[in-house]
Design a protein around this ligand. Structure first.
Ligand SMILES: *[C@@H]1O[C@H](CO)[C@@H](O)[C@H](O)[C@H]1NC(C)=O
Ligand SMILES: *[C@@H]1O[C@H](CO)[C@@H](O)[C@H](O)[C@H]1NC(C)=O
Ligand SMILES: *[C@@H]1O[C@H](CO)[C@@H](O)[C@H](O)[C@H]1NC(C)=O
Ligand SMILES: *[C@@H]1O[C@H](CO)[C@@H](O)[C@H](O)[C@H]1NC(C)=O
Length: 511
C-alpha cells in the first residue's frame, strides 16, 4: 500500500445511518410506539466532525445530468448528480486501466470519500481511476433543485430508491467510459454498509457493468424473515457480554430502574440531575432511547484503535464503557454506573457541560424515507438474550408510523422480490460471481450479512474482532494483523478478477 498515513486521525465512519421506523412496543410499561430511530443520520453527523480533520484525498468534483426516473418515459425534470473523480494514477484506456467505483450511500459523498481510505490507498498500485458518485437525494445530488423541494412530500420523494440509485451509477459509468474511450476498462465496485448493499446488488443486477464487488458490512439479508429480528440487538448485547457479564447485567437491569425512578414523584427531575441533562427530561423514553443509541453505535464503532465517530472514542470503546460501569465501588447505584459508562460515548473529550438528548429529534432524513418504503428491516429485542428493553416487531405499527410521517405505506417484501433473499445462496451460486462480503463479527449489522462462502467466487471474509466496515477505513499504524490479512485477501481477490479479465481479453484479441 502506498505509504499509509503513519498516524491515526479522528475520522467519522460511514456508519450505516439506518433510522428505523422501528415499530416497537415496549412490554409492558408503555403503550404505543416508543422504540424509534436508533440510528443517526449522516446529515446529523456531518457538522459535528471538523471536515478539515478528515484525510484529504485528491479528486475533481463533477456533475452529471441524470434522469429523475429511469423506469418511466414521463417527461420529468432532470437533476445534477455529483461525483468525485481522480484519474491521476489511472494507466488509461490503452492499458485497460481499471475503474474503482464506490457506490455512494445515504449521505454526503465527500464524507464517504474521506472515510474510505482503502479505495484511495490501493488505487495507485492497480493503476486505477477512482470515482465516487453520490446517491440521489443526499449531499448535493438533489432533485428539484434543493433539499427542501426534494423532501417536500411523498410524490417528490418517490424517486428516492435503491433501484434508481443503481440505475444512476450504471448510466453515469457507461457514459463516462464512452467519453474516455474506456469501454473495455474493467469496473470494480466498492461499498460499505448500505453502500455495500448497493455494490452487491449492482453486481447482481448489472453484471455487464462491473467485474466484481467488495461489499463491506452489507446487511442484504436483514429483510423480512431472512434473519431473526433479534439479530442486531443480540449482537450488540453480546459485544458487552464478552467484555463483562456484570456490565451486561447492569445495563439490562437499568431500564427497569430508569422506569421506576421515572414514575415516582420528582423522578424525572432526579434522572435529569443524575444524567447531567441540559433540559428537564419529559419522559423516560427520551433517556432510554438516548442510551440505547449509544450502545448500538458503540458496537458498530468498536474499533481496535481510537477513532472519531459521531464522538471521539477510545480504542475498543465497549471495553472502556464496561471498565467504567464495573469500576465504581461497591454500593454505587445502577444509575451512577450507567452514567459513568455513557460518558465514554457522549463525553470522551471531557468537554461536554451537559447532555442534550434531542438535538434534531425528528429531522426528516432520506434514510427515514427509505426505511418507510423499501428498506424495511424488522428489528426486535428479546429479553432472554438481549440487554435492551424487550420489544417486538410490529409491521402494523410500522405502517401507521410511516403513513403518519410520510404518507407512504412500506412494502416489506419488495427488496427480497427485487434483489432476492430467499434461496439466496443457491440462486447466487448458480448465476453470480465475484463478490466479497466482508464483515467484522462485532458489528451488529454482520448478522444480516453473508457470513459464509456462497461459491468459489462469492466469498465471505470475516474477522472476529472487526466492527462496521473497518476494512474500508484508511490504514493506520495500529492496524492489527487480522485486519491487514483481511485487506490483503481483498486485494488478492480483486487482483484475481482483473487478471482473469485481462487473460480473457488477450485470448479474444489473439483469436
Ligand atoms: C407534492 O409537492 C409538489 C410540488 O410542490 C406538488 O406539485 C404535489 O401536488 C405535491 N403532492 C402531494 C401528494 O401533496
Ligand atoms: C460526457 O461528455 C459530454 C460532452 O462533453 C458531457 O456533457 C457529459 O457530462 C460527459 N459525461 C460524463 C459522465 O463525464
Ligand atoms: C464530561 O467530562 C468531564 C471530565 O470528566 C466532566 O467534568 C463533565 O461533568 C462531564 N460532562 C457531563 C455532562 O457529564
Ligand atoms: C423471546 O424468545 C422466546 C423464546 O425464544 C419466545 O418464546 C418469546 O416469544 C420471545 N419474545 C418476544 C417478545 O419476541
Amino acid at each position: 500500500m502506498a505509504s499509509p498515513p503513519p498516524f491515526l486521525y479522528p475520522l467519522l465512519i460511514l456508519i450505516i445511518s439506518f433510522l428505523w421506523q422501528a415499530s416497537a412496543i415496549q412490554l409492558p410499561s408503555t403503550n404505543g410506539a416508543r422504540y424509534l430511530g436508533n440510528f443517526w443520520s449522516s446529515s446529523k453527523t456531518l457538522p459535528l466532525v471538523g471536515k478539515s480533520k478528515a484525510p484529504k484525498y485528491e479528486y475533481e468534483t463533477k456533475y452529471f445530468q441524470q434522469k429523475l426516473d429511469h423506469f418511466s418515459f414521463a417527461d420529468l425534470p432532470s437533476f445534477q448528480q455529483r461525483y468525485l473523480i481522480n484519474t491521476q494514477h489511472w494507466v488509461g484506456p490503452s492499458r485497460l486501466g481499471p475503474i474503482f467505483l464506490y457506490c455512494g450511500n445515504e449521505g454526503d459523498i465527500e464524507w464517504f470519500a474521506a472515510n474510505t481510505g482503502f479505495v484511495w490507498e490501493i488505487a495507485p498500485r492497480f493503476g486505477a481511476l477512482v470515482i465516487f458518485p453520490e446517491h440521489r437525494y443526499y449531499g448535493e445530488s438533489m432533485p428539484y433543485g434543493s433539499k427542501e423541494e426534494a423532501y417536500k412530500n411523498a410524490t417528490t420523494l418517490s424517486y428516492l430508491t435503491a433501484e434508481q440509485a443503481l440505475a444512476d451509477f450504471a448510466v453515469l459509468i457507461t457514459e463516462l467510459k464512452r467519453n474516455l474511450s474506456a469501454q473495455a476498462c474493467p469496473v470494480v465496485l466498492f461499498g460499505g454498509s448500505y453502500g455495500g448493499m448497493l455494490a452487491a446488488w449492482m453486481r447482481l443486477k448489472y453484471p455487464h457493468i462491473s467485474i466484481g464487488a467488495l461489499a463491506s458490512s452489507a446487511p442484504i439479508l436483514q429483510f423480512e424473515d431472512l434473519v431473526p429480528p433479534e439479530t442486531f440487538y443480540n449482537i450488540v448485547s453480546n459485544d458487552f457480554k464478552r467484555e463483562s457479564m456484570s456490565c451486561f447485567n447492569i445495563i439490562k437491569e437499568s431500564w427497569d430502574v430508569i422506569n421506576s425512578v421515572g414514575q415516582i414523584n420528582g423522578g424525572l427531575a432526579q434522572l435529569t440531575k443524575t444524567f447531567h441533562l441540559c433540559r428537564k427530561l419529559e419522559s423516560v423514553d427520551g433517556l432510554s432511547n438516548w442510551l440505547e443509541s449509544a450502545y448500538s453505535y458503540l458496537a458498530m464503532a468498536n474499533y481496535p484503535y481510537p477513532t472519531g465517530f459521531l464522538m471521539p472514542l477510545p480504542g475498543s470503546p465497549i471495553k472502556e464503557v464496561c471498565r467504567k460501569i464495573d469500576g465504581l465501588p461497591d454500593g454505587a447505584s445502577v444509575l451512577q454506573r450507567i452514567f459513568e459508562g455513557i460518558n465514554v460515548y457522549y463525553n470522551y473529550t471531557g468537554k461536554v457541560d451537559c447532555f442534550n438528548l434531542d438535538d434534531d429529534p425528528h429531522g426528516m432524513s432520506g434514510w427515514d424515507w427509505q426505511a418507510c418504503t423499501e428498506m424495511v428491516m424488522p428489528m426486535a429485542s428479546n429479553k432472554t438474550t438481549s440487554m435492551f428493553p424487550e420489544f417486538y416487531y410490529d409491521p402494523k405499527l410500522n405502517e401507521e408510523q410511516c403513513l403518519k410521517d410520510f404518507h407512504v405505506k412500506p412494502r416489506p417484501t419488495w427488496i427480497t422480490t427485487a434483489f432476492g433473499g430467499h434461496a439466496f445462496k443457491s440462486a447466487l451460486k448458480a448465476f453470480g460471481s465475484n463478490i466479497i462480503f466482508s464483515n467484522g463479527l462485532l458489528d451488529p449489522w454482520s448478522g444480516g450479512s453473508v457470513l459464509e462462502d456462497v461459491s468459489e467466487t462469492i466469498v465471505a471474509l470475516i474477522t472476529e474482532k472487526g466492527a462496521h466496515h473497518l476494512d474500508l477505513r484508511a490504514a493506520t499504524a495500529e492496524d492489527p494483523d487480522w485486519l491487514l490479512e483481511q485487506r490483503s485477501s481483498e486485494i488478492k481477490l480483486i487482483r484475481g478478477w482483473l487478471d482473469k479479465y485481462y487473460d480473457e481479453k488477450k485470448a479474444t484479441f489473439s483469436m
